[in-house]
Design a protein around this ligand. Structure first.
Ligand code: SF4
Ligand code: SF4
Length: 316
C-alpha cells in the first residue's frame, strides 16, 4: 500500500475537522492533527485511495491517550464494565435454535441488553431461529485494545469464529461484523440479514410511522439497506440527510447531535443500525425517539417489549 500523497480527500469527509477536531492528513504527515478528537468513524479510509488513515488514527489515538487494556476486558471480555440494567432478569432473549448465532457486542452486552431480545425477535420474525454466540466478547475494534498486537487481536476474533462451529454469526453492531470479517470470520450485520428478507417483513403487521434513518459510520451499511427494511414494514422514510452522531468527543458531539436532530424534524423516530448511535440518540436533549433496526422489525412482529427501556419514550 502506498503512503499518503497529501490529496486532502480525507479532510473533506472528516466530520470532526470542521469543528476544530482531528485532521487525518496532518496526522498522516507526522504533524499535530488533534488525534484525540478522532471519532473513529472510518470515513477517511473509505475515501482514501492510497493508504489507511483510519487505522493510523486508531493507533495514534491509543498512543496519545495512554489507554491500557481495561480490567473489564480481562475479566469479562468486554471493553466496558457490565452495567446494572432493569431489563436484565426482566427481559431475556428467546433463543429458538442455531440457524445463526447472535453476537451482541460490548455496547449491547454491557449497556443495552434489551437489544439482544429485539435482535432475536427480529430474526424469529423472518423465520430464522437464532442462538447466543458462545464465548462472545469484544470485536476488538475499540481504541483501548490497540495496545494488543495484531496477532493477539486476531486470535480473539478467530476464537469467536471457532465457537460459532460453522454457523453464521449475525451482529447487532455493523462495526463488529466489519471487524470480524477483516480477520476472515464469517459474520454479517443484522441489517443485511433483514434486508435480504424484506418479502417476509412485508407480511408482518403494517406500521404507520414516518421515520428518519441514520446508518452510522460504517459504509457497509447504507441508507438504502435500512430503507428497504423500513418500507417493508409499511413505515415511510422522511428523506433526512445523514451524518455522524458525534460519539462522545467533547465540544464536537454536541454540535453534531444538534445538526442531526434538525435534519430529523417531523419524524416519529430515527432508525439506527449501530448500538453506539442508539445510545447517543436516546440521550439527546429534546431528541426524537430512536429504534434499533431490530426493534423496528420486532414492532412489526407485534413485540414492543423493549421500548419501555428507552430513555426517550416512543409515543407510538
Ligand atoms: S490519507 Fe489518503 S485521503 Fe488523506 S491526504 Fe493522505 S492520501 Fe489523501
Ligand atoms: S476516523 Fe473519522 S473522525 Fe477520525 S480522522 Fe477519520 S474521518 Fe475523521
Amino acid at each position: 500500500m502506498a503512503g499518503c500523497v497529501g490529496c486532502g480527500q480525507c479532510r473533506e469527509v472528516c466530520p470532526s475537522l470542521p469543528y476544530g477536531g482531528s485532521d487525518p492528513m496532518a496526522v498522516m504527515n507526522g504533524e499535530d492533527g488533534n488525534v484525540l478528537s478522532c471519532m473513529g468513524c472510518g470515513r477517511c479510509s473509505s475515501t482514501c485511495g492510497f493508504t489507511d488513515p483510519h487505522r493510523v488514527m486508531m493507533y495514534m489515538k491509543h498512543r496519545e491517550s495512554g489507554a491500557s487494556v481495561p480490567d473489564s476486558f480481562l475479566r469479562s471480555g468486554f471493553v466496558m464494565p457490565v452495567a446494572d440494567h432493569p431489563s436484565r432478569g426482566e427481559l431475556s432473549p428467546e433463543w429458538r435454535g442455531d440457524d445463526v448465532l447472535l453476537m451482541a457486542g460490548c455496547t449491547v452486552e454491557c449497556r443495552l441488553p434489551f437489544l439482544k431480545h429485539a435482535g432475536a425477535k427480529a430474526l424469529e420474525a423472518i423465520g430464522i431461529a437464532c442462538g447466543d454466540l458462545p464465548g462472545s466478547s469484544c470485536c476488538m475494534f475499540p481504541v483501548p485494545l490497540r495496545g494488543l498486537t495484531e496477532g493477539e487481536r486476531d486470535s480473539y476474533k478467530q476464537r469467536m469464529g471457532r465457537s460459532a462451529g460453522g454457523k453464521g454469526i449475525v451482529t447487532l453492531c455493523p462495526g463488529c461484523s466489519h471487524e470480524l470479517s477483516e480477520s476472515g470470520v464469517r459474520a454479517e450485520n443484522i441489517v443485511h440479514t433483514l434486508s435480504r428478507n424484506t418479502y417476509r417483513i412485508s407480511g408482518l403487521n403494517r406500521l404507520s410511522l414516518k421515520v428518519a434513518i441514520q446508518p452510522g459510520c460504517r459504509d457497509d451499511v447504507t441508507v438504502e439497506d435500512i430503507k428497504s427494511i423500513v418500507l417493508a414494514t409499511g413505515a415511510s422514510y422522511s428523506g433526512n440527510s445523514t451524518g455522524c452522531c458525534g460519539k462522545t468527543i467533547k465540544g464536537i458531539s454536541e454540535v453534531l447531535m444538534k445538526e442531526r436532530q434538525r435534519e430529523m424534524e417531523g419524524a416519529d423516530a430515527v432508525v439506527v443500525a449501530c448500538p453506539s448511535c442508539f445510545s447517543r440518540y436516546d440521550s439527546a436533549t429534546d431528541g426524537v425517539p430512536v429504534l434499533h433496526v431490530s426493534e423496528l422489525v420486532a414492532l412489526a412482529y407485534g413485540d414492543r417489549s423493549t421500548l419501555k427501556y428507552h430513555m426517550i419514550p416512543p409515543d407510538f
